[in-house]
Design a protein around this ligand. Sequence first.
Ligand code: AMP
Length: 330
Amino acid sequence: MKKTLYTAIKPTGRITLGNIIGVGNSLKQMQEDYNSIICVADLHALTINMPKEELNSNSYSIFAFYLSLGLDPDKCLLYMQSQVPQHAEMAWVLNNFTQFGEASRMTQFKDYQAKSKNINCGLFCYPILMAGDILLYDAEIVPVGIDQKQHVELARNIAIRFNNKVGETFAIPEPQLNKVGFKITGLNDPTKKMSKSVNGDTGTIFLEDSDETIIKKIKKAVTDSDNFVKYDVENKPGVSNLLTIYACLKNISIESAEERFKNANYGTLKSEVANCVIEFISPLRAKYLELLNNKEYLFEIMKKGAEKARKLAENKLKDVYEKLGLVDRI
Ligand code: AMP
């Protein structure tokens, strides 16, 4: 029996190289190795109150991105979170199995609190909605970037607590991090995660960027004044980030990437990294843009995925409701 894997991307912005390397790159193989459940987490995106047109178009974009990676809806379960109402219901149940203190310790929430004025309850409960996403399908493996590791650990604690209090119900999930590439950082600030929102336009490479834009952004990437290539995240975060991108996209070790650029200057490093990003992204982008042009086709696949997901999620939620003493679901 294959283990169940769950992964999601929230449609809060355009797809980044961080998403591609952090999770996207390995998903095609994962759909062969695991019973893979892959979601566009659009309910999660509501936490940042984005314009409706943007939310809608980003949601389609991520769906198209998944398909362009080679995910096959006959081999994996691919769906849109808001089309499976059981996610919101499960989140409500799990709120009651999560301590206020433990939810308050989530570093992503604390970061938001420090930066933003819009601190709504959705942001605070976000990790509990995510726990529901994972637990609804008894996922054991959750591939994530480092930023989401703490949230998967929370889901794990909630599952253990629920099982102990109510009876064996959920599989216990485990975060799975890439050995390298679990945190691609911003090109303009290599100490921070490359993200859809934080690094602005110059620090982030987007799937939709043209080849020229990719070259320009990588040329401007912050490095240091040493001018020798070495992997040292603490002292040379910019160069280390470029080496990581190269190693991940070429599917080689960091050591091999270091060896490759042993005698190179930063100009050569940047131009080789730009070439390999373009080589990787341009076929993906072409496929993605073609799919995005056919929203009817995307919606058809969404509908089929949602039907399958609803069945699985309903079974689990029924079990949970019964165990808690709620009256039969109708
Ligand atoms: P998000 O875009 O925040 O919904 O994240 C979707 C997935 O991509 C999560 O598993 C993240 O951990 C991963 N991810 C996002 N940005 C990066 C990054 N800069 N480096 C590595 N993984 C990332």
